[in-house]
Design a protein around this ligand. Structure first.
Ligand SMILES: Nc1ncnc2c1ncn2[C@@H]1O[C@H](COP(=O)(O)OP(=O)(O)OP(=O)(O)O)[C@@H](O)[C@H]1O
Length: 269
């Protein structure tokens, strides 16, 4: 049993996935896997990260290729069956502004057969546990419409945790969060032990909290591996157009990057 209360982490395989929209190839030949670890999907704006995630959480059907979660083709599964395995926190997700925080988190239980307004003991437990982990218990009774962007983002995470997923898909989960909550969220995600595919623009969060990285450029995978193997000065220059160097964070011992715009000279030179 996972620490969320559900079944253990499940394997996710994206196998040679291509997505075309209106005749334009958005991503091509994408393959990646995750199994109980945290895999970061990184790349510049428009490189196709969200498109890959949409194919995984059943929002955008691939033109070719296969996505399997817990050994089932997600595009041949029923939506509720897929939702019992995979939960997503996404940018264009439902806003649920008319619900309270607790009601919003409770919708994560629908995949497990909860009917609206009738929580079973296991639902109550999962909802409370998820709110506590995401740090939103204090405002459980507030209306979603009254929350700040960062608070709302943590509620979306709580809803996903209440789903007791075996695979977690997160699209820029930290973009509204202050620095403390960014670190807390990434540490929490890492500690869950749930298979996680996460897009991040912050390369330092990616380096510190992802077990492996997959780098996209112009709709294709151009590198994958551990942060140390992937985030080389050459790749960062070619793909992101920056000067960068891996350094060790003196407080945590984890890898992080020192970076500058390619045109920027050393201030002290
Ligand atoms: N429905 C669509 N119709 C047309 N073009 C699309 C559609 N969805 C995505 N695109 C295009 O596909 C490319 C990849 O988009 P995607 O959102 O996957 O990139 P991303 O890496 O997540 O970008 P960002 O870092 O800016 O969020 C972009 O050029 C985008 O404009």
């Amino acid at each position: 049993m996972s620490i969320l209360g559900g079944k253990d982490a499940a394997a996710l395989h994206v196998d040679d996935v291509t997505v075309e929209i209106a005749g334009r190839t958005i991503v091509e030949g994408i393959s990646l896997s995750a199994d109980g670890d945290v895999v970061g999907l990184i790349g510049p704006n428009g490189s196709g990260k969200s498109t890959v995630l949409r194919a995984v959480y059943r929002m955008l059907r691939p033109t070719s290729g296969r996505v399997t979660a817990a050994d089932r083709d997600v595009w041949e599964s029923r939506p509720r069956e897929a939702a019992r395995v995979t939960a997503a926190v996404v940018q264009d997700g439902p806003s649920d502004l008319e619900l309270t925080v607790a009601e919003c988190v409770a919708t994560g239980r629908i995949a497990h057969g909860r009917l609206f307004g009738s929580d079973r003991p296991e639902d109550v437990l999962a909802i409370e546990r998820a709110m506590k982990r995401a740090g939103v218990s204090d405002f459980a009774d507030r209306d979603m419409s009254t929350l700040s962007g960062g608070e709302r983002q943590r509620v979306q995470l709580a809803r996903a945790l209440a789903q007791e997923p075996r695979i977690l898909v997160l699209d820029e989960p930290t973009n509204h969060l202050d620095i403390r909550h960014q670190l807390e969220l990434m540490a929490l995600v890492h500690a869950l032990g749930v298979t996680t595919l996460v897009t991040l623009h912050d390369l330092n969060l990616a380096a510190a909290y992802c077990d492996r990285l997959v780098v996209l450029s112009a709709g294709e995978v151009v590198a994958s591996g551990t942060p140390g193997d992937t985030l080389t000065p050459e790749l960062l220059r070619e793909v992101f157009g920056i000067r960068a160097q891996g350094i060790t964070n003196p407080l945590t011992g984890r890898m992080q990057l020192a970076y500058a715009h390619e045109t920027e000279m050393n201030f002290f030179e």
